[in-house]
Design a protein around this ligand. Structure first.
Ligand code: AMP
Length: 217
């Protein structure tokens, strides 16, 4: 099963992808995480990508497309993937169609986490943080660990905030979404595979709506 999660920054794609991964045995492929890992390793591509990411702009289609194509070839992806943060442009979506056709595969569904309130998204992005050990996401007010300072999933006590989760950068990222990524909605609607869930609903309710979509596939 191959599913795309589509929505602006802060809409909960990462949180929901982690839940679908746990519940359905799918693999979450986050291009943002892959780029951050490449930057942390200090690779050429990673460091060049980081300057673009820190401005809140999109990394070039060629780089992203080749990263995701290589990743889809790994054996752990055979059981199904959730694409989180890819594609982000129509050129990437067209490249994905070609990549999947070459592999004898196809998209099952594109789930839009629908939100029309940028102020809510800014508050979500600027309040979020992640467990350094296992990658579980949290938020200062919306999603706090059961024991303060201790990760619910792995017991880790180290957390980090992303360099690009600032109020300034998120404004540029939202602009990039509206200008470059939103055109994917009619692209997938025309193919008849676009499903919508309420991205402003409470986290468990969004998961419930997503599970309903997955059952219907
Ligand atoms: P994310 O973790 O999905 O919010 O992505 C963080 C940043 O990584 C984005 O603001 C972009 O700079 C870059 N990025 C991630 N995925 C893509 C993509 N599919 N195309 C272009 N840039 C991307």
């Amino acid at each position: 099963m191959i599913i795309i999660l589509l929505g602006p920054p802060g809409t909960g794609k990462g949180t929901q992808a982690q839940r679908l991964e746990d519940q359905h045995g799918l693999i979450q492929l986050s291009t943002g995480d892959m780029l951050r890992a490449a930057a942390a390793e200090g690779s050429d591509v990673g460091l060049r990508a980081k300057t673009v990411m820190d401005r809140g702009e999109l990394v070039s289609d060629d780089i992203i497309t080749s990263i995701i194509s290589d990743r889809l070839d790994q054996p752990d992806c055979a059981g199904g993937v959730i694409l989180d943060g890819f594609p982000r442009t129509v050129a990437q979506a067209e490249a994905l169609d070609r990549i999947l056709a070459d592999k004898g595969s196809k998209l099952d569904a594109v789930i839009e986490l629908k939100t029309d309130d940028d102020a809510v998204l800014v508050a979500r992005v600027t309040g979020r943080y992640t467990c350094t050990t296992c990658g579980k996401g949290y938020h200062d007010t919306n999603l706090i660990p059961a024991v303060s300072g201790v990760c619910d999933k792995c017991g880790g006590t180290d957390f980090f905030r992303r360099d690009d989760d600032t109020a300034e950068t998120v404004t540029t990222r939202l602009e990039a979404y509206h200008r470059q990524t939103a055109p994917l909605l009619p692209y997938y609607e025309d193919k008849g595979i676009l499903k919508k869930v309420d991205g402003l609903a409470e986290i468990d309710e969004v998961t419930r709506q997503m599970n309903a979509v997955i059952q219907s596939i």
